[in-house]
Design a protein around this ligand. Structure first.
Ligand code: 5RP
Length: 223
């Protein structure tokens, strides 16, 4: 099976976590796009979705699925999103699609985080994927020096020759060379640096369930 087929498989499998009659939290990325396309088949059973990015909002609306603002709804029963890396405890690296801040907000507002991922995302230790960090532009140089002091190599993400600007008007710093042995402590530490909006380690908002797409089908892992 191709990676794209595995993404479609887990996107479809996630439908069983959507609670009829309740608003669903929706992440961002190519795997979530498969989920959104599958969700269209049950759009008449849910009031709508809370979205973690402009891109997902557009896709949801294109299917006729209403999108609610976070502030106009209470706790969500479930949030469904992909990951760039996930470990055996359900800790993740996210933000490859630059949507990490809104993803963390919607995840925090949800009782259950269901991660949908193909098996290439499964890791022993987080850090091989360049760690995305959303940073206020005036703080990027200082934050990059702080990562260098930790042994990381940080660079500002660019798009079309310009620093990428997130949905929140900030920049993304991607950090390579880290091995994150204690994701909870790492997330706590980096989140406190001035100018850091969100670090792409999701340990406080880790997955409760992972639907992992493998050559032999979908494996359900619970944490
Ligand atoms: C976006 C994310 C995505 O969940 C992550 O990048 C995985 O994306 P994909 O499903 O395209 O592999 O965190 O900010």
């Amino acid at each position: 099976m191709t990676q794209d087929e595995l993404k479609a498989l887990v996107g479809q499998a996630a439908l069983k976590y959507v609670v009829p009659g309740q608003i669903v939290g929706v992440g961002t990325g190519s795997t979530v796009n498969k989920f959104i396309d599958a969700l269209a088949s049950m759009k008449d059973q849910i009031p709508g979705a809370v979205s973690s990015s402009e891109a997902s909002t557009q896709r949801l609306k294109a299917w006729g699925i209403p999108v609610f603002d976070c502030n106009s709804v209470g706790e969500l029963s479930v949030y469904i999103d992909g990951a760039d890396e996930i470990d055996a405890q359900g800790h993740m690296v996210k933000g490859g699609g630059a949507a990490l801040t809104r993803e963390k907000i919607v995840a925090a507002q949800s009782r259950q985080f269901v991660c949908i991922a193909d098996e290439s995302k499964w890791v022993q230790i987080l850090g091989a994927f360049p760690l995305p960090v959303e940073v206020i532009p005036m703080a990027t140089a200082r934050v990059m020096r702080q990562f260098a002091a930790m042994g990381g190599v940080a660079q500002i993400r660019h798009k079309n020759g310009q620093p990428l600007v997130t949905d929140n008007g900030q920049h993304i710093v991607d950090v390579t060379g880290l091995r994150i042995h204690d994701p909870l402590a790492f997330e706590t530490q980096v989140s406190q640096w001035p100018g850091v909006v969100t670090v792409g380690v999701f340990a406080h908002q880790k997955a409760n369930v992972c639907l992992l797409g493998t050559a032999s089908g979908v494996k359900t892992l619970t944490f």
